[in-house]
Design a protein around this ligand. Structure first.
Ligand code: HEC
Ligand code: HEC
Ligand code: HEC
Ligand code: HEC
Length: 104
């Protein structure tokens, strides 16, 4: 719990600093409701962990699926899994097993 509070404070600080250059930090939380089970992604908390460009590798902040349709860019499912799981594996933190992310 303590860790989460610290993380949120860091996120809030980064958020504030960022407002000076851009006004849209996006949604605080994103829920992906898929058959496999709902994935809850805490965007704000993740913004405190790394640079925006780690996930938004392009200049803008367009929704991933606007490009990741399997033709212009790799399929969305593969892009999310690679982005999310690779970092969790690398850091040894965050869910890596199916049911830790996909909750029914
Ligand atoms: C750990 C990965 C990650 C980081 C870091 C991150 N984002 Fe995001 N961001 C996402 C995901 C995932 C979405 C949801 C969009 C989707 O799934 O298509 C999103 C959505 C957004 C959106 C809304 C896009 C839309 O039109 O739906 C904005 C704006 C945004 N992010 C800005 C930022 C900014 C600014 C930062 C840095 C301060 C940042 N993000 C850091 C992953 C990340
Ligand atoms: C403007 C279009 C665009 C947007 C928006 C976009 N991507 Fe991508 N992405 C691409 C393209 C094109 C590639 C393929 C690049 C290559 O192969 O060199 C790619 C590659 C990737 C890869 C590597 C895939 C692999 O198999 O190596 C990941 C992971 C990824 N994107 C995640 C994301 C996430 C997460 C988001 C949303 C937060 C996002 N992308 C938003 C265009 C986009
Ligand atoms: C750059 C590294 C990185 C990326 C990319 C990343 N995460 Fe994480 N994630 C972490 C770390 C580190 C933690 C552990 C943070 C903690 O609990 O202190 C975490 C924790 C989580 C948690 C558990 C805690 C919570 O926030 O509820 C979930 C769920 C999660 N991540 C989902 C995702 C999803 C979904 C994506 C892709 C859209 C993603 N993550 C992308 C680093 C990352
Ligand atoms: C780190 C979190 C995370 C983990 C771990 C994870 N997933 Fe996912 N998964 C996601 C996200 C985010 C999406 C994108 C949902 C979307 O496209 O709207 C997704 C999408 C999917 C989809 C596509 C759903 C659809 O209807 O398009 C399937 C199937 C899936 N995951 C299966 C799995 C399986 C099987 C595992 C274990 C081997 C797994 N996932 C592990 C986060 C995760």
């Amino acid at each position: 719990m303590k860790k989460l509070v610290v993380m949120l404070i860091v996120a809030a600080f980064v958020g504030t600093a960022f407002v000076a250059v851009a006004s849209d930090n996006g949604p605080a939380e994103v829920k992906y409701e898929v058959k496999m089970g709902t994935v809850t992604f805490n965007h704000t908390a993740h913004q405190g962990l790394t640079d925006c460009a780690t996930c938004h590798h392009t200049e803008g902040y367009a929704a991933c699926k606007s490009c990741h349709d399997g033709t212009k860019a790799p399929k969305a499912k593969d892009a999310y899994h690679k982005n999310c799981k690779d970092c969790h594996k690398e850091k040894g933190q965050g869910p890596t097993k199916c049911k830790e992310c996909h909750v029914k």
